[in-house]
Design a binder for this molecule. Structure first.
Ligand code: ARG
Length: 304
């Protein structure tokens, strides 16, 4: 049996799922895409190649090996995009919740059934079907769980809106001892610079009390300000619209002081090092073309 344990985003990582770009298939048609950044790259002829993405992900695997982190990969499904493992399930405390993911991505979920089946049955949860939720929107943070959502009446028009209020309420019922704190995110199906696809596209809590934040990703200023107060203004690394587009907030913490980041994120990496973090820099720019980065490709199972 797998004894899961994830209470926050930064405690020392022991076991993790890393997505895969194997057999990702050819460049998709625009109509088959579910985020505006992928569409942009298809139209520009710069959509990432499978070989390049496989190479980038193996660099991340190498970093995990260096830190003695056990890595699981999803079972490969022919012609299926399985890069963003973050969204297919998530762990809070010792409970694994299978995501009620965008129907386009449904097939991805069962590629980790072999992990799911190792979790004690009373620790596996599937929320009712009306609860839409993806792991990129869910961040356990000790007594809190931060959740990105969109509750506009036009929710169903947004293929970029993945987590609804039904899920927020269901999570609160599931974890009565935690505070589920939700944040309304800005959504755009067409402009990636105005689209916070998931909470981890505009916010990431780090070790040492620090956090990365992008104000425009939030629809509600009070909710943004709540985070600023929670972490303290002096601990926030505020990113620009362009940096959000580059996925600066989507780094991944192996521990309180070790962070995996993209090697071209110069302004961020310089700041992180100045704060005393060890920054493991990897090439991930090809992965980034599909509106996800390091946090999105990982699904932590066990942290200390
Ligand atoms: N946790 C995340 N931010 N995941 C990014 C997923 C990106 C993927 N193209 C999608 O639209 O679903």
């Amino acid at each position: 049996m797998l004894k899961l344990n994830v209470n926050n985003e930064v405690s020392r990582l022991r076991e993790v799922v890393l997505g895969t770009a194997e057999k990702n298939g050819p460049t998709p048609k625009v109509e088959a895409c579910y985020d505006p950044k992928s569409i942009e790259h298809i139209l520009a002829g710069t959509y990432p190649q499978e070989v390049d993405m496989i190479r980038e992900m193996s660099e991340v695997e190498r970093v995990f090996e260096k830190y003695d982190v056990k890595v699981y990969r999803p079972e490969v499904i022919q012609d299926c995009n399985q890069i963003f493992s973050r969204d297919i399930a998530f762990v809070i405390d010792d409970i694994m919740i299978e995501a009620n993911i965008l129907p386009h991505r449904e097939a991805e979920v069962h590629a980790i059934d072999y992990i799911w089946n190792q979790v004690a049955p009373d620790k596996r949860i599937i929320l009712p079907p009306e609860c839409h939720v993806e792991g990129g929107d869910v961040m356990p943070w000790n007594d809190y769980v931060f959740v990105g959502t969109y509750s506009g009446e036009d929710y169903s028009n947004f293929i970029t809106a993945r987590t609804n209020m039904d899920a927020v309420i269901a999570l609160q019922e599931l974890f009565p001892n935690k505070t589920i704190k939700s944040f309304e995110l800005r959504k755009s199906n067409t402009n990636p610079r105005e689209n916070a696809l998931h909470l981890d596209c505009c916010f990431n809590p780090l070790g040492k009390g620090k956090a990365i934040l992008h104000k425009n990703g939030f629809l509600n200023t009070d909710e943004y300000n709540w985070l600023v107060r929670f972490f303290g203004q002096e601990n926030i690394f505020e990113i620009t619209k362009e940096e959000m587009y580059q996925m600066y907030s989507n780094v991944f913490s192996i521990s309180d002081d070790v962070i995996i980041s993209e090697r071209n994120f110069t302004r961020l990496n310089t700041w992180l090092k100045k704060q005393g973090f060890i920054v493991e820099e990897v090439p991930y720019a090809e992965i980034g073309k599909q509106e996800g980065l390091l946090r999105c490709t990982t699904l932590p199972l066990i942290r200390d």
